[in-house]
Design a binder for this molecule. Structure first.
Ligand SMILES: [Zn+2]
Length: 230
């Protein structure tokens, strides 16, 4: 019997890359879906391509949708400054400027529309409730509610897989390392710079995750970034 198809939302960041690695490990035929929504860190899309190459995913199984006219009003789309040098208490204090309104709702809805005609009944998304406490569309309740809506709104429904949902960033690093996810290819920095800035929330959470996991982060950081631990 042919293996089941999974559609992985692959941004080229660390979390979605570990998700792709989990789907591959679990024996799914992996398809990928990436979104160009005008994000500053569009270099992520190059990273997504490099990750897909690692898993031997042929071009026919890779989709990229242009949403650059959909999203606005976020620091990630260049409409405000990316916050820098915030400590964890500041990050946890509210919805950050890097929140893209309803992004995961839109992403999952589009992914469902892409998946159904492909007979891909499994969607993998790297949402993570612990380290991203400020993003309402990363909450497990949201994912559960979406799955119910998709079941009612499509012929086949989709199962939503969130293998990182209850992991800390350190746990994601450890999982990725254990299953050979190509973390060296991933791009995390909200500013999209190479080397990474080391100062935005995403860089800081990533560095903290590697430090807590006791592993060296394989990507380069700008020399003027702060130390990994605050
Ligand atoms: Zn950064």
């Amino acid at each position: 019997m042919a293996c089941e198809r999974a559609l992985v939302l692959l941004s080229g960041g660390m979390d979605s890359t570990v998700c792709a690695a989990v789907a591959a490990r679990d024996g799914y035929e992996v398809w990928t879906l990436s979104f160009d929504y005008g994000q500053r860190h569009r270099a992520e899309l190059e990273a997504a391509r490099a990750v897909a190459d690692v898993y031997g995913i042929p071009p026919v199984r890779r989709r990229t949708l242009d949403l650059s006219r959909v999203f606005c009003g976020s620091a990630l789309t260049g409409d405000a400054e990316v916050p820098l040098d915030r400590d964890t208490a500041e990050m946890a204090a509210g919805i950050p400027a890097t929140y893209v309104p309803a992004r995961n709702l839109v992403f999952l809805a589009l992914a469902t529309a892409v998946a159904e005609p492909l007979d891909a009944h499994h969607l993998f998304i790297g949402v993570n409730a612990l380290d991203y406490s400020g993003y309402p569309d990363c909450r497990p309740e949201f994912v559960t509610a979406f799955e119910a809506a998709a079941r009612l709104g499509t012929a086949a429904g989709v199962a939503i897989h969130t293998p990182l949902a209850h992991l800390t960033k350190a746990g994601i690093v450890q999982l990725g390392q254990a299953i050979g996810a190509p973390l060296h290819l991933t791009l995390t920095c909200y500013r999209g710079t190479v080397p990474a800035c080391g100062r935005c929330d995403a860089c800081q959470l990533r560095r903290k995750g590697f430090a807590e996991a006791g592993l060296a982060d394989p990507i380069p950081y700008a020399a003027d970034g702060p130390p990994a631990e605050r």
